[in-house]
Design a protein around this ligand. Structure first.
Ligand code: ZN
Length: 604
């Protein structure tokens, strides 16, 4: 059984009040600021992002690129990665004390490392690389220059993404627990409180928001000591129409001298002064980061609401978790069926011990607000075949020409999921080239951990040609889409059925794509003289935006083009292109298998 509850974890603070989390025991002042300017954060560890927690610090670089980046401590360069998204260009340094530091979105590596990476890219014939580097090759000293900062990969502006990991388990740790020089005397801001009826599924209700306010003036910033802010609800005693409830909060944290809204470190809930449950963003692995979708109220966020961080966990939430509970863990649901007032205290803390405390009472009153269904509730279950699914369950829903099967670890909470035909080829919902109905499966606001298997077969109304026995499937792809999100998969085919896996519910359709990608050379006409150019740029456009293969050869030899952010492909002239006449041959393929080959003749 995978869904064991977290073991009790009670520790005592200096005041003798039981605490849910032990104090962090990481080395302090071992790592230095990796930049030469004062440390200011655009994002901290555990900040809430789509499908992941922020796994390090985003350190501001004064809106500039090419600031020198320094090794945070002695060690050796253990890994270098280059990719269109993610960290862009990144360096991993292993340190002798068992930690790894990561430096992302870099513009350039130091010259000897850059030359090494380039040689490996030509050896592997791939610009995108993930290179494990032998320990002896690039030892570094604390404060040694390793790179220039940038904004490569999944970055929206210049900054340095900095992580600290435990090397052995590859677990990311909160860097602010290592005593880095970031002053913070400001308590976190708690802006919303909500309760949920735990006799119902989390996706089958909306949060009940309760107004909160600060008691007395907020303590001014600037003191050298820790801040504490007291808050209360309005009214101070909540009457709720449910016997089993849980709470969630919206909160953010700021550091001294910065009003940037960062993530909170820790929140704990006490009932009648006994600790019940808390979460702490101390360590998270990349394997677990997607479970943020069961930490936040995913439905509320996905339907345009704010982030709520849950002071409870869901049935399908896999261990290890960021949560700690007292007793057997069932206390993450508060049973207030006795009808008496219960005293609740929620404390929100940052890594420096600044704290905001919200105190209120809650009482069951049968005639009160019961948490009825909201207007955001499912449309598909009302009009389509539907059934209830549970975490840990292996089941599916099968219709005439479409079926779906969540995995055992796909769902976090029980929920009714419906599916049916939302449109036919030629209708407004259909994608160009659609060769199946548009099937609507579930709701985009039901999060998936493991992907759901979607199967369907081509069919069109009034067409006697059904199935694929007489149909060419080579250029048929499956597209999952909702809102601006679109995912194109090359399906596997069996007995006329196409199958592919998706991590989001939405609309699904089979599409015949016979349009090859379009390749052009902006600024470099055929026969161009490029002796004064610094680079060659290749633009690739695909009708479905689904390119899966790119290769460029100069006079028959692989040539390294970069592809930062998945935009244009760029080659900067170097020793791989000497003066004289050349032939550049570019081959691009889309997910459907359509290929374009284009040549450019030029003189350097
Ligand atoms: Zn970052």
């Amino acid at each position: 059984m995978k869904y064991l509850f977290a073991a009790a974890c009670l520790f005592c603070s200096l005041q003798g009040i039981p605490q849910l989390f032990p104090p962090a025991a990481y080395p302090r002042n071992y790592f230095r600021n990796p930049l030469a300017i004062p440390m200011s954060l655009a994002a901290n560890f555990g900040e809430l992002r789509p499908n992941h927690y922020h796994m390090g610090l985003d350190i501001r670089t004064q809106h500039r690129v090419n600031l020198p980046v320094y090794a945070a401590a002695d060690g050796y360069i253990a890994r270098v990665s280059v990719e269109p998204g993610g960290f862009g260009q990144a360096i991993y340094i292993n340190h002798p004390n068992g930690y790894t530091t990561v430096y992302g979105h870099l513009n350039a590596f130091f010259p000897a490392l850059a030359a090494y990476v380039s040689r490996q890219q030509y050896r592997l014939q791939s610009w995108q690389v993930n290179l494990e580097i032998p320990a002896a090759l690039f030892p570094v000293k604390k404060g040694g220059l390793i790179a220039q900062s940038g904004s490569t990969g999944g970055s929206q502006g210049p900054h340095l993404h900095f992580e600290i990991r435990r090397t052995k388990e590859d677990i990311n740790l909160n860097p602010l627990l290592f005593g880095l020089p970031v002053a913070d005397h400001i308590a976190p801001h708690l802006v919303r409180l909500a309760w949920y009826d735990r006799n119902r599924g989390i996706y089958e209700q909306s949060p009940h928001e309760v107004p909160v306010e600060i008691e007395g003036p907020r303590i001014a910033e600037g003191s050298a000591s820790r801040s504490t802010v007291e808050m209360k609800t309005r009214p101070s005693l909540l009457s709720v129409g449910a016997t089993r409830i849980s709470f969630a909060i919206s909160a953010f944290d700021t550091q001294s001298g910065s009003d940037n809204p960062n993530g909170i470190f820790e929140a704990s809930l006490y009932e009648d002064e006994r600790p019940v449950i808390g979460f702490q963003l101390n360590n998270i692995s990349y394997d677990d980061t997607r479970n943020i979708n069961a930490h936040i109220d995913y439905k509320t966020k996905e339907t345009g609401g704010p982030y709520f961080q849950q002071l409870f966990f869901l049935q399908g939430y896999p261990l290890p978790t960021i949560y700690s509970t007292a007793g057997d863990g069932t206390g993450s649901v508060l049973d207030i069926g006795d009808g008496r007032p219960h005293k609740i205290r929620i404390g929100v803390r940052d890594t420096e011990g600044n704290e905001t405390v919200l105190s209120f009472g809650v009482q069951y009153a049968p005639s009160s607000d019961t948490g009825g269904a909201s207007s955001k509730d499912s449309m598909t279950t009302a009009v389509f075949p539907a059934k209830r699914f549970y975490p840990g369950m292996l089941d599916g829903l099968e219709m005439a020409d479409c079926a779906f099967y969540p995995g055992e670890r796909s769902l976090y909470d029980s929920v009714i999921i419906g599916a049916g035909v939302a449109g036919y080829p030629g209708s407004g919902l259909s994608l160009p080239g659609g060769v199946s109905a548009v099937y609507r499966i579930g709701e985009p606001w039901i999060p998936l951990l493991d992907p759901v298997l979607v199967r369907m077969r081509p069919v069109s109304p009034g067409d006697s040609l059904r199935g694929v026995e007489r149909m060419d499937t080579t250029a048929v792809v499956m597209v999952g889409f909702h809102g601006a999100s679109r995912e194109v998969e090359r399906p596997t085919w069996k007995n006329g059925w196409a199958s592919a896996r998706y991590r989001e519910f939405g609309d699904f359709q089979l599409v015949r794509d016979t349009v090859p990608p379009v390749v052009s050379f902006p600024g470099a006409p055929e026969g161009a003289l490029l002796n004064k150019a610094s680079r060659i740029r290749i633009a690739v456009r695909d009708n479905l935006g689904a390119t899966r293969h790119f290769r460029a050869e100069l006079d028959g030899a692989w040539l390294c083009f970069t592809n930062d952010k998945g935009l244009d492909w760029i080659y900067r002239f170097d020793e791989h292109c000497l003066p004289g006449p050349h032939t550049l041959r570019v081959s691009v393929e889309d997910v459907a298998g359509n290929r374009t080959i284009k040549e450019l003749h030029f003189t350097r």
